[in-house]
Write a new protein. Structure first.
Length: 294
C-alpha cells in the first residue's frame, strides 16, 4: 500500500498540466492550424467573409518578383548575420577568456546592446549614419572621405542592417561561447601546451572541436534570428530604398496589414515557416556530424 501511494505521489495527475496545455493550444497550435486555412483564402483581414481559393495564393507567389526579391534578401541577410555574428561573438569570447581582471565588466559592456530593443537600436543607428549630420559621416569627412549614404544606397543598405544586428546581438552569442569555453577541460589545453602546440594549433585542434556543440546552438539561433528580423528593418529602412532591404517578414506585414491581403500575407508566412524549418534542420544535421566526430 505504501509503495502504491508513493508511486502515485511521484506521478502527478495529468489535470495539473491542463492549464498549460490549454494555453499553449489556444495561443500556438490553434492559430497555426487557422493560418494554414487563411493562406488558402482571399481574406482581407477585416471582412467576415473568407473566399476559399485553394492554392491560388501560392501560384501568385511563384510569379511575384517582389516575393522572390524578399526571399533573396532574407536568405542573404540570414547568411551574412549567421557568419559575422558568430565570428564576432567567438572573437569577443576568446578575448574575454584571456582577460584576468575585469571579465565581468567586459561581459556587461559587450552584452549591453542586446538589452536595447530592435526599434530603439535601429533609430540610434539611423541618427549615427545620417547622410547630412550623422556622426559617422562627420568623422569620415574629417578624414577627407566623402559622406556615405549608408541607408539610402541600395547596394549597401542591407549590409548596414547586418552590421547593426551584429553590434546588437553579438554579446548574446558571446555569452554562450564563453560557457562553451569554460566547459573545456583544462587538462586537455595543458596537454596541448606540453606537446608544443602553438596558439593557432591549439585553437584549431582542441578548442574548435570541443566547441562544436556550441557552434550548433549559435549557428541555428543566428539563422533563425536572421530569417525573422523585423523591428530593425522597420526602424532603419522600412524595406527601402525601393525594395532593397525588404525581407519576407517585412513583406508579410505590408501585404497583410497595409495592402489588406491577409490571405496572401499568411501564405508568405507559411513559406517563411517552412524555409526556417528546412534551413535550421539542414544546418543542425551538418554541424551535428562534426559534433559526433569531435
Amino acid at each position: 500500500m505504501k509503495q502504491i501511494l508513493k508511486k502515485n505521489f511521484n506521478k502527478p495527475p495529468i489535470w495539473m498540466a491542463l492549464p498549460s496545455i490549454i494555453l499553449f493550444s489556444s495561443l500556438v497550435i490553434l492559430p497555426a492550424i487557422m493560418s494554414i486555412y487563411f493562406s488558402l483564402t482571399s481574406w482581407d483581414g477585416l471582412s467576415p467573409v473568407m473566399n476559399f481559393i485553394g492554392i491560388q495564393n501560392y501560384v501568385d507567389m511563384a510569379h511575384d518578383t517582389r516575393f522572390w526579391n524578399a526571399f533573396k534578401n532574407s536568405i542573404e541577410l540570414a547568411a551574412l548575420l549567421t557568419i559575422f555574428q558568430n565570428i564576432v561573438a567567438l572573437a569577443l569570447a576568446l578575448m574575454i577568456d584571456k582577460v584576468i581582471k575585469g571579465k565581468t565588466v567586459l561581459r556587461s559592456v559587450f552584452y549591453l546592446p542586446n538589452l536595447i530593443s530592435g526599434i530603439v537600436s535601429g533609430y540610434i543607428w539611423v541618427a549615427l549614419t545620417n547622410y547630412s549630420f550623422g556622426v559617422i559621416n562627420m568623422v569620415l569627412n574629417h578624414m577627407g572621405i566623402e559622406s556615405v549614404d549608408w541607408l539610402g544606397n541600395p547596394k549597401i543598405a542591407l549590409f548596414s542592417i547586418v552590421f547593426v544586428m551584429v553590434w546588437k546581438g553579438a554579446g548574446y552569442f558571446m555569452v554562450i561561447y564563453l560557457a562553451g569555453l569554460n566547459s573545456i577541460p583544462r587538462d586537455i589545453l595543458d596537454a596541448a601546451d606540453i606537446d608544443g602546440a602553438s596558439p593557432i594549433q591549439r585553437f584549431l585542434k582542441v578548442t574548435v572541436p570541443m566547441l562544436v556543440g556550441t557552434f550548433t546552438i549559435n549557428l541555428t539561433l543566428a539563422l533563425i534570428f536572421g530569417l525573422k528580423v523585423f523591428d530593425t528593418i522597420v526602424s532603419m529602412t522600412s524595406g527601402g530604398p525601393g525594395f532593397a532591404t525588404e525581407t519576407l517578414t517585412y513583406q508579410i506585414y505590408t501585404v497583410a496589414f497595409s495592402e489588406g491581403r491577409q490571405g496572401y500575407g499568411t501564405a508568405i508566412a507559411m513559406v517563411l515557416f517552412l524555409l526556417t524549418l528546412v534551413l535550421s534542420f539542414v544546418q543542425t544535421k551538418i554541424t551535428r556530424k562534426f559534433e559526433v566526430e569531435a
